[in-house]
Design a protein around this ligand. Structure first.
Ligand code: T4K
Length: 393
């Protein structure tokens, strides 16, 4: 519960008042399902004495995820970044691959780590997803693929990107780290492009502590990725493919199985919070909440506000004021991958083609959400923005 009400600027911690919360409120607090279910599974793992290497819990997890998404194969991995790298390798991407700059840095790093040049294309400022026209502009003779990102759980423009890929003979895959359970034209994310990559990191709507997966309907690439995540082993003493160690461990799969049961409840809470934020911010000029298409499924995990130039206070002042209240909002994914290393030095002029990515990066704030969101958090966050924006009630 907050320790105070915020009615005027004098009530703000940046002006010397005590903070609203004693304990910091985080963006990305894990959603933890039923503890007893999880612990019972952990005991089962210990009894089995099978801790990793494609154990029964991972196999069950893969089957449940594949069923949940209506996709043929789920290849579980130790995290989303390794899953991206393995998918990139399995698809044979090389040279240049087009990605948004407006994403978590892992999307670009996964390519760079494989010796591939990430080429940043601009986004549609209304959706924060890749703009197909911008993608077209970045294609060169070295381009071999496109990685679309379903940012904030909203599907990228899949049909348009697929048409570009088909036209230019490019591979298309998706970074679906934010999009577990989301839909595109009412179909579950997971079946689009050559494959899609999920993250089950602790901070995601659905988590396995650490974890990720590649999901695909393609039998051959699924088989290759299964080999690649386990050093290329096919049976004992028989390595038939280059590989790495990308395996998910049994305890993570147990967490996933327990959390899958709780997911509907988490999404319902997220959706309610998102609606409450949207309603409250509607009364504050210059700040808007990014909304999601109500006809599509989304976990509503990310509550993204945009502080426009018309707002009486700046984005950074809002962030500083909320941090002073112990509400640790984030500027995800400021300043954009192209302004992070090594890309900033490698492509110092990349920003010239990224007008919307730069503008969005300068106005976004991601707010806390999730099953453990503290009571009074939404009211306090909105109150801070209201008094900073000089809004009279
Ligand atoms: N592609 C995209 C589009 C992604 O967003 C991500 C990951 C990936 C690929 C790669 O997937 P993974 O390899 O991660 O599976 C976090 C997460 O580490 C990262 O998974 C996520 N995206 C990204 C959006 O957010 P940071 O640097 O913000 O993490 P950190 O440590 O600051 O944690 C965020 C907040 O969450 C903290 O303030 C505290 C809270 N927290 C965190 C953890 C780990 C907890 O309360 N409990 C916890 O256990 O990157």
């Amino acid at each position: 519960m907050p320790l105070k009400a915020i009615r005027s600027k004098a009530d703000l911690a940046i002006n010397g008042a005590p903070p609203a919360f004693k304990v910091p409120l985080h963006v990305g607090r894990p959603n933890i399902g039923d503890r007893a279910t999880f612990l019972q599974k952990v005991n089962q793992i210990l009894d089995n004495q099978w801790l990793t290497n494609n154990g029964p819990m991972v196999q069950e997890f893969e089957a449940r995820v594949a069923e949940h998404l209506g996709v043929k194969h789920c290849v579980a991995m130790c995290n989303g970044t390794i899953a991206l790298e393995i998918a990139i390798c399995a698809l044979g991407l090389e040279g240049e691959v087009i990605v948004p700059s407006w994403t978590f840095i892992a999307t670009a790093h996964a390519l760079y780590w494989q010796g591939i040049t990430p080429v940043f294309a601009d986004i549609d400022p209304a959706t924060h997803n890749l703009d197909p026209n911008a993608v077209r502009r970045m294609i060169t003779p070295r381009t071999t693929g496109i990685i679309g990102v379903h940012l904030w759980g909203r599907a990228a423009p899949i049909d348009e990107l697929q048409a570009i890929a088909d036209e230019h003979g490019l591979k298309l895959m998706f970074d679906a780290a934010h999009a577990f359970g989301s839909t595109y034209k009412s179909q579950s994310i997971g079946r689009f492009g050559s494959c899609e990559v999920l993250s089950f990191h602790a901070t995601k709507a659905f988590n396995t502590m650490e974890g990720g997966a590649v999901v695909t309907n393609d039998d051959e690439s699924a088989e290759t990725m299964r080999l690649m995540r386990n050093f290329g082993f096919k049976g004992y003493d028989n390595v038939i493919h280059p590989g790495t160690n990308g395996k998910m461990i049994e305890v993570c799969a147990a967490m996933g199985l327990a959390n899958l049961e709780a997911l509907d409840n988490v999404i319902a809470i997220n959706r309610r919070n998102h609606a409450a934020y949207t309603k409250a911010f509607a009364a504050i000029p210059g700040i808007s909440v990014l909304t999601y298409d109500p006809t599509e499924r989304n976990s509503y995990h990310y509550v993204v506000i945009e502080v426009h130039e018309s707002c009486k206070t700046s984005r950074d002042q809002i962030v500083a004021a909320l941090h002073a209240e112990n509400i640790l909002v984030r500027k995800y994914f400021w300043p954009g991958a192209h302004r992070m290393q090594p890309y900033r030095d490698l492509f110092p002029n990349a920003g010239l083609m990224l007008e919307h990515s730069r503008a969005v990066a300068d106005r976004v704030v991601v707010l806390p959400n999730g099953a453990s969101l503290a009571a009074g958090a939404i009211e306090n966050i909105v109150a801070v923005c209201r008094v900073l924006g000089d809004v009279r009630l």
